[in-house]
Ligand binder design. Structure first.
Ligand SMILES: NC(=O)c1ccc[n+]([C@@H]2O[C@H](COP(=O)([O-])OP(=O)(O)OC[C@H]3O[C@@H](n4cnc5c(N)ncnc54)[C@H](OP(=O)(O)O)[C@@H]3O)[C@@H](O)[C@H]2O)c1
Ligand SMILES: *[C@@H]1O[C@H](CO)[C@@H](O)[C@H](O)[C@H]1NC(C)=O
Length: 336
């Protein structure tokens, strides 16, 4: 009897999952269902973010750079940070060309996330310039391409210093200000690697899991401040310089061949969905093409089955990496 019951449950569960995955494919979904609903019916970033002060870290490249462009077009006031000031000046120049913002509406602020002693002064500089911070986008970070057995422990330490401790350090200073105002949004660009696991990025996955755990706990400490939102964004593979900039087996080595990135989700689509998530205060948003999006659902609802699939996908990922193409190159239908 019990056996029959479990069998029926497993079959029913499988059927529901298969149907969900089919519906997601049919919808050509590139975000979770709440997010797609918010894009269709929810608040528009144009209305919610115009005139708001938004501080974006990691704005010199990739997702952060595109965030600066889309936010400037919407009419948000921007503080843009990263280590490379010349790149930030380039981004600012383009923002001024494509938007109606003035010179003083964009503050270029050099910031090293790993230099935690500088974070209070940096926060004060933004406050001095704009008088408030409405949105902090914790976007700066680096990924990893190396197997644990080959990798020096210093790399794990450096990834945590940057992705995890750097992010929560900056958050601490900005949150003080938001608590005084009883208002604000903290958007953190985590990753699908913050909710699942895959080979070649154990340190990166750990740092993103740490961020997810941290912000999920922090959110529950802020129930007296309903107007402060904690927004966790989980993108799958997106076009950017992330692979060029990855950590490898040791801190001195950079990646030899980053491979073609064109099969990944376009940066502008990912950023649009980040802004929709922000405007609608979504607590967690999955932004990804298939098969990763479908795997997120599987991971959430049937983790043991997800392992079976992930081990199959993971083997391909390691083979791809070792043969010098992008680790995720084989899963995309857009590939040549
Ligand atoms: N692309 C993807 O597939 C993907 C998927 C999921 C999540 N994400 C996440 O998205 C975020 C942005 O990455 P991306 O894809 O846009 O990669 P990217 O093109 O390499 O950009 C990374 C940004 O982080 C900044 N950064 C690196 N080290 C820093 C430090 N010590 N202090 C301050 N800033 C630092 C870089 O600027 P400087 O070098 O000038 O400091 C750069 O602006 C990351 O958190 C990443 O984990 C990306
Ligand atoms: C939250 O914001 C709304 C709308 O601005 C406001 O009416 C409400 O008083 C705020 N709540 C708190 C606890 O600050």
């Amino acid at each position: 009897m019990a056996w029959g019951c479990s069998l029926y449950l497993a079959l029913a569960g499988g059927a529901v999952l298969a149907l969900l995955v089919q519906v997601l494919r049919w919808l050509r979904a590139d975000g979770d269902l709440t997010l797609l609903w918010a894009e269709w019916r929810g608040k528009k970033p144009e209305n919610e973010l115009r005139g708001k002060v938004v501080w974006v870290t990691g704005a010199s490249s990739g997702i952060g750079e595109e965030l600066a462009y889309q936010l400037s077009k919407i009419g948000a006031l921007l503080a843009i940070s990263a280590r490379r000031e010349d790149e930030l000046e380039r981004v600012k120049k383009k923002c001024l060309q494509i938007s109606s913002l003035d010179e003083k509406d964009i503050l270029v602020l050099r910031l090293d996330l790993t230099d935690r002693s500088s974070h209070e002064a940096a926060t004060n500089s933004v406050l001095k310039h704009f008088g408030k911070i409405d949105v902090l986008v914790n976007n700066g970070g680096r990924s990893q391409r190396s197997l644990f057995v080959d990798t020096n422990l210093d790399v794990y330490s450096a990834i945590m210093e940057l992705n995890y401790l750097g992010t929560i350090s900056l958050t601490k200073h900005v949150l003080n200000h938001m608590i005084q105002r009883k208002k604000g949004r903290i958007v953190t660009v985590s990753s699908v690697m913050g909710i699942m696991g895959a080979p070649l990025a154990s340190g990166y996955g750990a740092s993103k899991h740490a961020l997810q755990g941290f912000f999920n706990c922090l959110r529950t400490e802020l129930t007296d401040y309903p107007n402060i939102s904690i927004i966790n964004i989980c993108p799958g593979p997106v076009q950017s310089k992330i692979i060029q900039n990855v950590f490898t087996e040791n801190l001195a080595k950079s990646i030899e061949n980053s491979g073609d990135q064109s099969h990944k989700m376009p940066t502008d689509r990912c950023v649009r969905l980040i802004l929709v998530s922000t405007a609608n205060d979504l607590k967690e948003a999955w932004i990804s093409d298939h098969p990763y999006l479908a795997v997120c659902y599987l991971w959430q609802y049937a983790p043991t089955w997800a392992w079976w699939l992930m081990n199959k996908m993971g083997k391909r990922r390691i083979q791809n990496f070792k043969s010098g193409v992008d680790a995720d190159a084989s899963y995309s239908r857009k590939k040549k």
